[in-house]
Design a protein around this ligand. Structure first.
Ligand SMILES: Nc1nc2c(ncn2[C@@H]2O[C@H](COP(=O)(O)OP(=O)(O)OP(=O)(O)O)[C@@H](O)[C@H]2O)c(=O)[nH]1
Ligand SMILES: [Mg+2]
Length: 221
């Protein structure tokens, strides 16, 4: 399958995210923004989620990368509509790029459009791309002090996924500390502990997302 590659337009327009949100609302498509550090498991978790969700929802994906189409190729192998967005060095995705790429999808036949944001624990959280839902991923090897060190990524999210729990025995990672810190900055949003490698915890996350999707698809305001 041929991978389309876009290059990010760097002009910032703060109105664009609301235009993107409006367009998606008209087509009853939800944009889900997946954020986290490089290598935290965004692509791996997306593969696991898509596997569990694709029977119920029509899914597309925008794969953000600074360069290369490695992740988009991995998604195309799942046989879902997939577009690569190369930011050419920029550390986050902007709404103008999403707006342009939306024309590449048949939105009427799409329920969920996942965006894998650029691997970065800081900048992506500062940019609204028109999403209905934000998911932040943090993995065990990154350390249990990240919520206090990079608060915005955890304050401005709808859900925290702690990934790679299969390697917990090998790291000094206190999951209770993460939970306490996260509840401190974002008391209403849930946290899930999963392994995209073993699939542990994925079912609870999928059940939560399905509930969210149903609410948002029927009342996206
Ligand atoms: N042990 C273990 N390894 C994992 C898990 N999830 C992902 N990995 C591994 O972690 C590495 C990075 O995973 P990716 O899914 O590519 O991470 P990413 O966040 O998409 O990375 P970038 O797109 O480069 O930012 C790969 O070698 C994965 O196999 C997990 O739950 N457990
Ligand atoms: Mg990736």
């Amino acid at each position: 399958m041929e991978i389309k590659v876009y290059h990010q337009i760097m002009d910032w327009n703060e109105d664009v995210s609301s235009q993107v949100r409006q367009t998606l609302k008209e087509h009853q498509t939800l944009l889900v923004n997946i954020m986290g550090s490089p290598g935290t498991g965004k692509t791996s978790l997306l593969k696991a989620l898509i596997h569990s969700l694709k029977d119920q929802y029509s899914i597309g994906i925008i794969e953000g990368d600074i360069t290369t189409a490695i992740d988009a190729r991995a998604m195309a192998a799942l046989d879902i509509p997939s577009v690569e967005l190369n930011t050419d060095g920029a550390c986050h995705i902007e709404a103008m790029s999403i707006q342009k790429i939306l024309t590449d999808f048949d939105l009427d036949s799409l329920d969920i459009l996942f965006v894998e944001n650029i691997g970065n624990l800081v900048c992506p959280a500062e940019f609204d791309i028109g999403e209905s839902l934000r998911i932040t991923i943090l993995s065990v090897p990154e350390g249990d002090d990240k919520v206090v060190k990079y608060p915005l990524m955890f304050t401005d999210t709808d859900c925290l996924v702690v990934n790679k729990i299969d390697v917990l025995p090998y790291f000094d990672f206190d999951i209770d500390r993460i939970k306490k810190d996260y509840q401190g900055v974002n008391p209403k949003a849930p946290m899930f502990s999963v392994s995209a490698k073993t699939n542990e915890g994925i079912d609870s996350l999928v059940a939560h997302l399905k509930e969210k999707f149903e609410t948002l698809l029927h009342d996206p305001s």
